[in-house]
Design a protein around this ligand. Structure first.
Ligand code: TMP
Ligand code: ASP
Length: 234
């Protein structure tokens, strides 16, 4: 697989075209940002850790019938994925109140929810990813009605599978963000599933093992990501 030109650079990854028009290489960087890019930093080895964590999780999800863009991990920082037409929606699934939900609803972080919450955000860095609902998706044509139904069902399925997967490894899956895209007419889970976009708490100590350590200057960020990798490889 030949890495050709860079066609997109995001906050945590760079995308390269390849000699196969259907495949793309995601290159994972160590750069970390938070609060719409207002806070910037480096998490040592994050690119390597996230590539390995996400590859493991995509393989697990595939084994349980979730279709993802993952193809293979040819090197420590590279993931070969299927080329997607990205659906410009970020799907957040929440099992426990934390982060922006705690703020919005005025509840303490860690408050249990009676039901899982699924939220939609319009993927736009310029606008700071505003929260939207299904009406906005239809009114602005962000996805077809059946695509949205499929995406929501897949997000809830991923939540069920990953909550169990992490629970077996002593980790609580508090919340997470997913992105989807279309490849040859099929909806696939895209982007990455890593501690950058998930809240993961140690089941016994409730210690944070995710990007909140960076966002809130809690220290031991790399160590936390390393521990997540160690656990997901179990
Ligand atoms: P929030 O509580 O800040 O809304 O975040 C909910 C979850 O979504 C959390 O696990 C972090 C993830 N997330 C991202 O991956 N990217 C983002 O831009 C935001 C705001 C959240
Ligand atoms: N990744 C987003 C940013 O850079 C938000 C976050 O993860 O907190 O702003």
């Amino acid at each position: 697989m030949q890495r050709l030109e860079k066609f997109y650079e995001g906050k945590a990854k760079v995308l390269y075209s390849t000699d196969d028009p259907d495949l793309v290489i995601q290159y994972f960087k160590d750069e970390a940002t938070a609060f719409d890019g207002k806070k910037k930093g480096i998490i040592e080895a994050k690119g390597i850790l996230n590539n390995k964590i996400s590859s493991r999780i995509f393989k697990y999800l595939e084994s349980k019938g979730v279709k993802t863009h993952f193809v293979e991990m040819p090197s420590e920082r590279e993931m070969v994925v299927k080329r997607l037409r990205i659906v410009p929606i970020e799907v957040v699934v929440r099992n426990i109140a934390a982060g922006s939900l705690s703020k919005r609803m005025g509840v303490e972080e860690g408050t249990p929810l009676k039901e899982t919450i699924l939220e939609l955000y319009y993927k736009s860095d310029a606008l700071g990813d505003p929260m939207i609902n299904e009406y906005h998706v239809k009114a602005f044509g962000l996805a077809e009605a059946d695509e949205l139904r499929r995406i929501e069902a897949e997000a809830l399925k991923v939540n069920k599978l990953l909550s169990e997967f992490f629970d077996e490894r002593g980790i609580i899956l508090v919340d997470f963000k997913l992105e989807f895209g279309v490849h040859k007419g099929e909806i696939l889970l895209g982007d990455e599933v890593t501690p950058d976009g998930c809240r993961l708490w140690d089941k016994t100590t409730r210690e944070k093992m995710d990007k909140d350590r960076f966002r809130r200057d809690l220290g031991k960020v790399e160590e936390a990501y390393r521990e997540v990798l160690r656990k997901v490889m179990e």
